[in-house]
Design a protein around this ligand. Structure first.
Ligand code: 5GP
Ligand code: MN
Length: 341
């Protein structure tokens, strides 16, 4: 069990006493889990009397805009007057939500490490938790999501009655999105009991589901069709499929951030495909997303070894700093090496 009495006591000590300034940091390219976990934890901390700020390095995807508390997420990149950097600098406590490497904070990394005496608390479920730099770590690499860890923390500290409707919704969004709508691994019976409690606390399941999954732009749907039909490459020697998108292709389909969310999962539903990769060009690098199913391909290892990244066994990501052509060529080399043929 990751949430030990000893760690809870440390957390109680941090949360107790006089009101403090607390920053809740989400990882770059924030997803439903880092946002949901931060929003629910924020609500709990506020109730304890603390002053909080939720800060994400860049904007969250548009399909989370409907969330009740989304207005509490500050976007560091859009913070013209430096007010968020100032808050982080003055914070007594910094909560790191849903990431294991501090550089996942991207442009916020320096602010969160330099000129701060804040205590740092990690709440995360990625593999390879940091070895030091935190007062206390709640790292459960077997948890389906960080939002589920936040649920368990609130349950242990205050009981589930402390979860109001907006918190329940935020936690449910985190769990739902990180489990691929309850279809990936780490789906324990305890998790479903927790979800049942969230429903009791007011989550409207069809509404949340529809708000996230039936709310995409037309451009996204057409881009998906184009990508699968014209761009997907399969290699059955390794059971691998991959897709790539250039900036020009994304422009053609009026791409907005969040539009490619989930694309990398589609090739995995092809018989014989056990690993899927997606390469998306951005201004300074290529974003790499990797997925696998089953236990024989560990994309966390693949991402760490070849793409300066990491994540989980069946879902990981990283970056490539060369051109798309070169990246794809390299990918072929890596496949050969990884699969040993
Ligand atoms: P996605 O492909 O959805 O961006 O990310 C899949 C998983 O890998 C997520 O759990 C995410 O946090 C992790 N991940 C994505 N990119 C990186 C990266 O550059 N570095 C590390 N360490 N993890 C990443
Ligand atoms: Mn997560």
């Amino acid at each position: 069990m990751v949430i030990t009495e000893q760690k809870l006591d440390q957390l109680r000590e941090i949360l107790g006493g006089a009101p403090k300034k607390m920053a809740l940091l989400s990882h770059t390219n924030p997803d439903g889990d880092t946002i949901g976990a931060a929003l629910a934890w924020r609500a709990y901390l506020e109730r304890l009397g603390h002053t909080t700020r939720c800060i994400a390095p860049n904007r969250y995807p548009y399909f989370l805009e409907w969330m009740t508390d989304i207005g509490y997420i500050g976007v560091f990149k859009e913070d013209a007057d430096g007010e968020m950097a100032k808050f982080i600098g003055e914070a007594d406590v910094i909560f790191c939500m849903d990431f294991n490497q501090i550089n996942r904070l991207d442009r916020v990394t320096d602010t969160a490490t330099a000129n701060t005496t804040a205590q740092r608390v990690l709440i995360d479920h990625h593999l390879h938790p940091p070895v030091d730099g935190y007062t206390v770590q709640f790292s459960d690499t077997h948890s389906c999501s960080t939002s589920y860890i936040v649920y368990q923390l609130i349950e242990a500290l205050a009981g589930t009655d402390a979860i109001d409707q907006a918190m329940a919704e935020a936690l449910y969004v985190g769990i739902m999105t990180d489990t691929g709508n309850f279809s990936f691994s780490n789906l324990t019976s305890d998790l479903f009991r927790a979800v049942a409690v969230l429903i009791d606390r007011g989550v409207n399941v069809p509404y949340v589901n529809s708000s996230v999954y039936d709310n995409f732009s037309e451009g996204r749907m057409r881009l998906l069709g184009y990508m699968l039909n014209d761009k997907m490459v399969t290699d059955y020697r390794y059971g691998v499929a991959y897709v790539s998108l250039t900036e020009e292709e994304m422009r053609r389909f009026n791409f907005i951030q969040g539009d490619s969310e989930g694309f990398v999962n589609y090739p995995l539903s092809i018989r014989g495909i056990r690993m899927s990769a997606m390469f998306i060009q951005t201004k300074h690098s290529i974003r790499v997303s990797l997925r696998s199913r089953g236990s024989d391909v560990d994309v966390n290892v693949f991402a760490r070894r070849y793409f300066d990244g990491g994540g989980h066994r069946n879902a990981a990501g990283g970056k490539s700093y060369v051109s798309m052509d070169e990246t794809l060529k390299n990918f072929h080399t890596y496949l050969k090496e990884y699969f040993g043929a």
